[in-house]
Design a protein around this ligand. Structure first.
Ligand code: PSU
Ligand code: MN
Length: 314
């Protein structure tokens, strides 16, 4: 088996590559496992639109029709959002979906893998996976992918339901630069009040392009994690969300004691429960930050493109 046999790029993405246009990869676990219907499809369309509005081409990554897809047409996006049997695709799950003929939504790690294989350098997501609080060895493969796949990943930090200090320590160990975009603090996803420091603050797309090019120019292979906070008026006050996060964390612990919830099920469960307990507020904030991140990724893809052009030897 060769990778070229299992990958299909959309016409739009093929053309963008040919014409050297900026491209932004988008994940799809958020469509298949992160959000309920019909918000999942609306969000996927909004993110693509946000990328386009910045003059870049969106490439939503997923598994559909027996192939890894880089870029979905509108009909495919709709089918993915309605698929009942979609698998959550992190690094170890590609072969599962391909061999069993199942559709799949790619996680941060899964999307990065495909983006690198298809020459896409910028990727937008909501929040990365990280070190969970409940089970000590529950560490997302996303961190492994960030350590080994050179690409700009735009996120709003990590959900505060994760162990954030441990997640940041782990990123430091793996040599992943954590960029605060317009902030000195690591954003806490849908809640206000990030407290932990990032490794560098950058304030413009040009600075991020220069930073990433320098990082990789030195021979580093890790991703550059660009963290953008949700504006305070859209985020949930941390005092309000804290008891909800506590309760959900306890629920996860109880279920893990009896092995009734393991592995990949944890993150989708947490997202759903926080949304229920916050009466839909967390989802509203989640939608806002996802679209925000797609917009920034579009800008960064453009500036990375022009940076590469300017610094190309004549
Ligand atoms: N964070 C969110 N929503 C999501 C995810 C994370 O707020 O949908 C998804 C991302 O695709 C991420 C994955 O890569 O969950 C992490 O899952 P796990 O913790 O099982 O590695
Ligand atoms: Mn996990």
């Amino acid at each position: 088996m060769d990778f070229s046999q299992v990958i299909t790029s959309s016409l739009e993405v093929v053309r963008a590559h040919q014409q050297n246009q900026p491209i932004v990869a988008l994940e799809s676990t958020v469509i298949t496992h992160g959000l309920p219907r019909p918000q999942n499809l609306a969000l996927a369309q909004d993110m693509e639109q946000a990328v386009r509005a910045e003059g870049a081409v969106p490439a939503t990554i997923a598994i559909l029709d027996g192939k890894i897809q880089a870029g979905l047409n509108p009909g495919q996006l709709e089918r993915l959002s309605n698929a009942d049997d979609a698998i959550k695709i992190s690094l170890r799950d590609f072969a599962t979906a391909l061999v069993k003929g199942k559709p799949g939504g790619t996680t941060v790690a899964g999307t990065m893998f495909v983006a690198q294989k298809t020459g896409i350098q910028v990727f937008a997501t909501g929040g990365i996976g990280g070190v969970h609080k409940e089970a000590h060895l529950d560490v997302s493969t996303d961190l492994q992918a960030l350590a080994s796949i050179p690409m700009i990943v735009v996120c709003a930090g990590a959900k505060s339901i994760l162990d954030l200090p441990a997640t940041l320590e782990y990123l430091e160990t793996l040599g992943v630069p954590v960029v605060g975009y317009g902030t000195d603090k690591f954003p806490e996803f849908f809640s206000t009040g990030g407290k932990l420091p990032v490794s560098v603050r950058l304030d413009t797309p040009e600075e991020v392009a220069a930073f990433a090019s320098t990082h990789w120019g030195l021979g580093m292979h890790s991703a550059v994690l660009v963290c953008q906070p949700l504006p305070d008026h859209l985020a949930i006050p941390s005092a309000e969300i804290a008891p909800i996060l506590e309760q959900v964390s306890n629920e996860v612990r109880e279920r893990q004691k009896t092995n009734s919830m393991t592995g990949q099920e944890v993150t989708p469960y947490e997202l759903r429960r926080v949304n229920e307990l916050s009466h839909g507020r967390s989802m509203q904030a989640n939608l806002a930050l996802l679209t925000n991140n797609a917009r920034l990724a579009g800008k960064l893809a453009r500036s990375l493109n022009s940076y590469a052009r300017q610094s190309r030897p004549l």
